[in-house]
Design a protein around this ligand. Structure first.
Ligand SMILES: Nc1ncnc2c1ncn2[C@@H]1O[C@H](COP(=O)(O)OP(=O)(O)O)[C@@H](O)[C@H]1O
Ligand SMILES: [Mg+2]
Length: 326
């Protein structure tokens, strides 16, 4: 009979510097619940913890039964814990504004007579723009360094992957831009009679952008500070989804903390039951558990049972924490 080789409790004990934890997986498997559970657990260990979500839906507020939208808010009944549902529309508007300023400045600098609006339109109508604005937001939060532990309710899976895959390309591009900026600048300085240095906001921006990229990559690939956990339920599709995620993450050197299996029906409560529906569900789950043990091998960190009710509110999160960190 397979079993858990290294539990969630073992993992956090072996990673005392863990600061950034992410929970990924298919919709509805319990990512928000596990993130909330882990956040409560870290807070109870005495660590100043932020539970943050970049989800457009108000999932954390509903998990906690408390409005945490728009700003980090102390969680009632849980010391050391703040929760924060990031206002996506505000983030997106701000990103658009920043891009608008940069593009306008650049066009002016380059003496181009094009309307900035055309550029802004094409930059921000991109479907990846929203996702990428959210990612920026998350990275900002991490850099602000106000908490000891950050738990993110959804792993920006595609983004983390894209970011790390792209970071080489980005840094080559930024280096090229910087080089040509420097050449253009020294040419201008040589040609100009005045000796005063020109301010160059685009160069500053490129430098700080490069810096942020390098920082984000360093944080996201630091296996002492960062862990991505993947949540699944004993069903085919959610298992397939996280199998793919884990492979991507291994390829990019992003630290995978392990797999959490959620909503397993506790078959010890079945004694005497002949209800076909329940028995069939349990049999199907058992089969998918075989796949889980085969696929993730020593990577399973916890098995959380299906409770008789939804997971909502701090007492229910505590009950879940007792199972997650058993
Ligand atoms: N172990 C569990 N037992 C009972 N209900 C659960 C359990 N885990 C999650 N739920 C419920 O399942 C639903 C989906 O969970 P949620 O965390 O919102 O999923 P996700 O964030 O992955 O979409 C919620 O209503 C939640 O309360
Ligand atoms: Mg969710």
């Amino acid at each position: 009979m397979p079993g858990i080789e290294k539990s969630m409790a073992d993992f956090v004990r072996e990673h005392p510097d863990l600061r950034y934890a992410f929970f990924g997986g298919k919709g509805g498997v319990g990512k928000t619940v596990m993130a909330g559970t882990a956040a409560l657990w870290f807070a109870r260990q005495g660590k100043k913890t932020l539970l943050a979500s970049t989800n457009p839906v108000h999932s954390i507020s509903s998990l906690l039964g408390q409005n945490v939208f728009g700003k980090p808010t102390p969680v009632d009944g849980a010391e050391n814990l703040h929760a924060f549902e990031i206002d996506t529309s505000e983030t997106i508007e701000r990103s658009k504004r920043e891009i608008r300023e940069k593009i306008a400045w650049f066009l002016q600098y380059a003496d181009l007579n094009t309307k900035a609006d055309d550029f802004i339109e094409s930059a921000t109508m991109n479907p990846a723009f929203e996702e990428s604005a959210m990612f920026e937001n998350m990275v900002d939060l991490m850099f602000r360094d106000e908490y000891e532990v950050y738990i993110f309710d959804t792993a920006p899976t595609a983004n983390a992957r894209r970011l790390l895959g792209m970071s080489k390309v980005y840094s080559l591009w930024v280096q090229k831009m910087l080089k040509s900026r420097e050449e253009a600048k020294s040419l201008r300085e040589m040609l100009s009679f005045s000796k005063k240095k020109e301010k160059d906001p685009l160069m500053d921006y490129l430098l700080s952008f490069q810096d942020r990229m390098a920082n984000a990559q360093r944080l996201l690939t630091d296996d002492q500070k960062t862990a991505f956990f993947f949540v699944t339920i004993p069903e085919a599709l959610p298992i397939a989804v996280i199998t793919r995620f884990i492979n991507w993450f291994h390829d990019f050197g992003i630290p995978v903390g392990g797999v959490i299996v959620n909503m397993l029906i506790d078959n010890t409560i079945l004694q005497g039951t002949t209800d076909e529906f329940v028995l069939n569900r349990v049999a199907a789950q058992a089969e998918h558990m075989d796949t889980i043990w085969k696929t993730f091998d020593g990577g399973v960190r916890a098995i959380v049972p299906l409770f008789e009710q939804e997971v909502r509110g701090v007492p229910m999160l505590q009950r879940t924490a007792d199972m997650l960190f058993k």
